[in-house]
Design a protein around this ligand. Sequence first.
Ligand SMILES: [Zn+2]
Length: 496
Amino acid sequence: MELAKQFRTMINKMQAYEYVFSLLGWDSNTEAPRESHKRRAEIMGVLSQELFALQTAKEYQDVVNQLYSEIDTLDDQLQREVKKAKKALDKVINIPMNEYVEYMQLGQLSQLVWEDAKQNNDYESFKGNLKQLIEFNKKFALYYAPEKDPYDTMLDDFEEGMTSKEYDAFFGQLKDELVPFVREVLKHPNHKYDSFINDSFDSKKQEQFCDYLIDVIQFDRNRGLMKKSVHPFTWNTSPEDVRFTTRYLENYVFSSIFAAIHELGHATYEQQISTEWDNTLLHGGTSMGIHESQSRFYENTIGRSLEFWKANLGKFKEIFPEQSKGIELEDMYQAVNRVEASLVRVEADELTYPMHIMLRYEIERMLMSGEASVDELPELWNDKMEEYLGIRPETDSDGVLQDVHWSGGMFGYFPTYALGSAYSAQIYYAMLKDLDLPKLIENNQLEKVNEWLKEKIHNFGSSKTPKELLLEVTGEEFNAKYYIKYLKEKYSELYL
Ligand SMILES: [Zn+2]
């Protein structure tokens, strides 16, 4: 079919630009010397303009619209691709050019303003930018879908098919069941022998342990690699080239270990996607939430289990004999699952983490509906922090200014973090029906776990929506009760 062929050629061309663009991004975050920054930014500027021109070209619009008009005659794969292409196109072309340019400039400026504001604990200087970012995003959402609640449009951008109604129900359940439980756990601190975690750990040796973890997770080294960066992340262009990073903090060894396992979760997902989706719009993981479900499954369900340390404490002791002297399995298990009320999301433990997300979701929701204004934000943030975790930030840098997301105009992103953890629990209970998971973890036989995930989730790339996937894997729609059950079981045993 001629039209389909044209579509494929155009997609291939865009993906070639994306490939180079993205490789420059990897380079700048890992290997590139400091001073290379300026020239690379120029090159990236040129490439991004070219890419934008291709993505919005009249010929491309015609092909997509034509295919869309005969969508029922297309095969399943092409149908899903065309729907995705049409959606992405409609998001951009309905925005007047001058507003789009203004927004891009605002976005870049706001990042810098936010960095300074965070550094200087000066929310007032960022407030105006934030207000503009909110207004632009609302306006753009309404251009795309005038009949829809703008926040719903934003939520769908990050997790296809999710609405504020569903998130309200999810976070409502967490609020009712988890807030009192977390309060209870926090009353029973249990930090027996874990002061060793803040000893000094040589970063070369940390690297050695993280390298060992690559083989524990059975990540394919021929199709991937590990580097270090300031903020850990996973990067990929196809299942044959998947890279991830971790970071080494001398006085907090768990940072590198759990960042590595987390990213190995993302990376294993990408590595196990079928190559049949290469050169299509169905390549890569299907959504933020499903991606995060995989990283958190490896990090928390596997990496913070008793069985995992039964299998790997020996290696840890071999690499860090001094620091781990006298540390028994139970001590390690307690240490990796230490629960604490903390102010900063990225440092939060598995149990208190969803509280941080719930707070952000509720605030975004109020900002988007006009129920709250940017003026009241710091106060609102601190009150909720106190309500959910019993602590109050002393500075806005540790409060409302801590995350980068809003300064980049990303509203609707945060809830996918909690959703991913909850998906992960639902998938975990489904997996238990087929596999003796504790035994596999204890014997370092994670290839069986990888296979199960490949067959049920990874293989499909983005050819299925998150909702379709979850239903097929677990036999039911999203249900938060599994997440609550998982957390209560694990942390009651540890703390109560
Ligand atoms: Zn992640």
